[in-house]
Design a binder for this molecule. Structure first.
Ligand SMILES: Nc1ncnc2c1ncn2[C@@H]1O[C@H](COP(=O)(O)OP(=O)(O)OP(=O)(O)O)[C@@H](O)[C@H]1O
Length: 318
């Protein structure tokens, strides 16, 4: 393992009975990176993160997390990392401050450091004024920042976040990602899972997992070059109706609503934009614009997942 790697694992696999939940995943996370681990529900993200955190023993594979062996040193790994799961366990009937005190004890933060760490968490989470409030009375975004603070009370250099932004409002999600960026600038390595594809843009490095297998990895900009198709953004009146017509037209490989526009996946932008414009006008739609755009992370992942599905179906047929 390189001294610059916070995580380096090879062929990590986890089987539940006959079911292979994680299938030979290999990945390296460099120190200080924000590493995004993405995939749809059920892809195997939580199972992987739990193996990396020492919470679940891999069925096979090898590697090191924070310098310790994933197969034999899970207890040591647990002490050297921070982990925040989707269902983070804060005590609703304790105040903000009491929750922090509780986790300070759990993580054995030395007495001399306790006050400073508590103040840091309150400040970081924006909860200094709410320190005496019952945790159960806090809105989702505050709770989530408090949970993050509690997960890093012992100042781990490596932090695992499993769908930390699930179910909170867009503004709180944004603020949460600002906190992740701050920690990363301070030298903490962050391994984060999400199924919000647009959040991938905030990561230095990404891996996409599907049906337990890694189907792509790289920097966001690199992944955007992987899809062979072009993406057209179409601004048209009555986009919903236009979407239905386009879906049945077979002029696009894929078409979806994207904000108030449509995104169409086509093999050649120049030819397709003329054909799509003619079709929509002929169908009675007023087209405002059709232009080629850089694929969003969501476009990239939808395309990669569909490619994988096609290969899987062909494999089954063969
Ligand atoms: N203890 C278990 N026993 C049996 N199957 C399991 C167990 N844990 C997970 N699985 C299965 O493994 C697959 C991957 O689950 P996992 O929770 O890792 O996915 P995920 O990508 O984190 O999805 P989600 O976002 O829904 O949590 C799922 O099909 C799940 O049902």
């Amino acid at each position: 393992m390189s001294v610059d790697s916070a995580v380096e694992v090879h062929d990590l696999t986890r089987v539940f009975g006959d079911f292979v939940a994680v299938d030979r995943i290999s990945l390296t996370v460099e120190k200080g990176q924000v590493f995004g681990f993405l995939g749809p529900n059920g892809a195997g993200k939580s199972t992987t993160i739990r193996m990396l955190c020492g919470l679940l023993l891999p069925s096979s594979g090898e590697g090191r997390v924070a310098g310790f062996d994933v197969m034999t040193e899970s207890e040591t790994i647990k002490r050297h990392i921070g982990y925040m799961s989707q269902k983070f366990s804060l005590y609703d009937d304790l105040s903000v401050e009491e929750n922090i005190d509780f986790y300070t004890g759990i993580y054995n933060v030395p007495s001399a450091k306790r006050k400073a760490r508590k103040d840091w968490v309150l400040e970081m989470a924006g909860l200094t004024d709410k320190r005496g409030n019952l945790t159960g009375s806090l809105a989702g975004g505050w709770k989530q920042r408090l949970a993050l603070g509690c997960a890093v009370l012992h100042e781990p250099q490596l932090l695992f976040l499993d769908e930390p932004t699930s179910g909170v409002d867009p503004l709180s999600r944004r603020q949460f990602w600002d906190l992740i960026a701050q920690m990363s600038h301070g030298g903490t390595t962050v391994f984060v899972t999400t199924h919000y594809m647009e959040e991938a843009e905030y990561c230095d490095e990404l891996a996409l997992i599907y049906h337990g297998k890694m189907i792509a990895k790289g920097k966001p900009a690199e992944l955007k070059t992987l899809i062979p198709e072009d993406i057209l953004e179409i601004h048209v009146e009555r986009p919903f109706d236009a979407l239905e017509r386009l879906e049945s037209s077979k002029l696009t490989q894929e078409v979806a609503l994207f904000g108030d526009a449509l995104h169409a996946v086509v093999s050649d932008a120049a030819t397709a934009s003329v054909a799509l414009n003619d079709f929509l006008v002929q169908q009675g739609f007023a087209v405002q614009s059709i232009k080629q755009v850089t694929p969003s992370m969501e476009d990239v992942f939808v395309s990669l997942i569909e490619l994988d599905d096609r290969q899987r179906t062909q494999g089954e047929k063969a």
